[in-house]
Design a protein around this ligand. Structure first.
Ligand code: G3H
Ligand code: ZN
Length: 335
């Protein structure tokens, strides 16, 4: 079974910590992104971490978040099956308003890990909510990521106008009291389209957080959100300071939009009727001489291009994370 559970994911993070690499955590908003990722990760011999956000679930379910989450999880698990790598599913930025859905995802083993994001709440409330999810996960093997600090920008249904950097002492108290398996920290990245060049990245703070946690015997993997637009050297530096998971969403959204845009611009004449021709979409141009070209308007035509481009960019990002060639496949096959 290529879909792998939280126990295997924990092993993957331990390996990453021991060997100094990380995983890109890839948000999937459309099936063509998922297929491009599967192809890239299998080619690179890297395990794959796929993320489903509440917004992506709602969209996939035509407004029904629960149906969308169940179907996206099933899609990932089914499509992953023939690939020779471990594929993990993480719920991304689920909030206190979604505890029922989180519980269902755990009970039905739809995921390998869950991020509970109560970072908009005050410290004590963030601890209380995060701890509730950790307690619910007990005995399931599903890992829980919690966040401390605020990341500037908009990600799906979460937005913040300002950054609130994570304080090292609070981070230790937070992990101790919540029992979270992973900690998402705020050290200057931003959700959305950001320019690594202009970010005030506090690598020193990431290092202090990692040291403070280690001092307390809390060697949890650290997570960086909002990594689209980071420069390769910034990614490398962050991995050197204990970051094991780098969340990417916007970058794939851009690749998707850009590829579709170029494809449709190049093939517009096969899709849009020339001037003077009646725009008779309702009858599929059945009355006139002009016909659209099925070879270019079939969604599979642009879909193939999107898959290929996502694959190409994902291969670059896998190299940045250093996860190529690190699959736990052997262990998976041994079970
Ligand atoms: O949780 C997902 C991310 O933090 C993605 O951030 O959209 O800036 O890549 P991004
Ligand atoms: Zn995020």
């Amino acid at each position: 079974m290529p879909f792998c559970d939280g126990v295997r994911l924990k092993t993957a993070y331990c390996k990453a910590q021991a060997e100094g690499f990380a995983f890109m955590a890839n948000n999937v908003a459309a099936p063509n992104i998922l297929i491009g990722l599967l192809e890239a990760y299998a080619e690179a011999d890297s395990d794959l971490l796929v993320q489903i956000s509440p917004g992506a679930a709602k969209f996939a379910g035509g407004g029904d978040k629960r149906a969308g989450l169940r179907s996206l999880s099933a899609l990932v698990r089914e499509l992953a099956d023939p690939y020779p790598i471990c594929v993990f599913i993480n719920l991304d930025h689920f909030t206190a308003g979604e505890l029922e859905l989180i519980a269902e995802a755990m009970d039905d083993r739809l995921v390998s890990s869950i991020m509970i994001d109560a970072s908009q709440e005050a410290f004590e409330e963030n601890i209380r909510v995060s701890r509730t999810v950790v307690e619910k996960a007990r005995g399931t093997g599903i890992l829980v990521e919690a966040e401390l600090g605020k990341i500037k920008g908009v990600e799906d249904e979460i937005s913040s106008d300002e950054a609130l950097y994570t304080a090292p002492d609070e981070a230790a108290e937070f992990v101790e009291r919540t029992g979270a398996d992973l900690l998402a920290i705020s050290v200057g990245t931003q959700h959305g389209v950001s320019k690594g060049r202009d970010l005030e990245l506090r690598v020193d703070l990431a290092a202090r957080i990692r040291d403070r946690l280690t001092e307390s015997g809390l060697n949890v993997p650290l997570v960086l959100h909002g990594t689209s637009g980071l420069l390769p050297e910034q990614v490398r530096e962050m991995i050197g300071y204990g970051i094991c998971k780098l969340n990417k969403d916007t970058h794939y959204q851009y690749v998707y939009g850009r590829t579709a845009c170029e494809f449709f611009a190049a093939h517009a004449e096969g899709i849009i009727p020339p001037s003077g021709v009646e725009d008779d979409v309702a009858n599929l141009f059945a009355r006139g001489d002009w016909s659209p070209d099925k070879k270019v308007f079939d969604p599979r035509a642009v879909g193939k291009e999107i898959r290929a481009k996502v694959r190409e960019i994902a291969l670059v990002l896998i190299e940045q994370a250093g996860s190529a060639g690190k699959t736990l496949r052997e262990q998976r096959e041994g079970h």
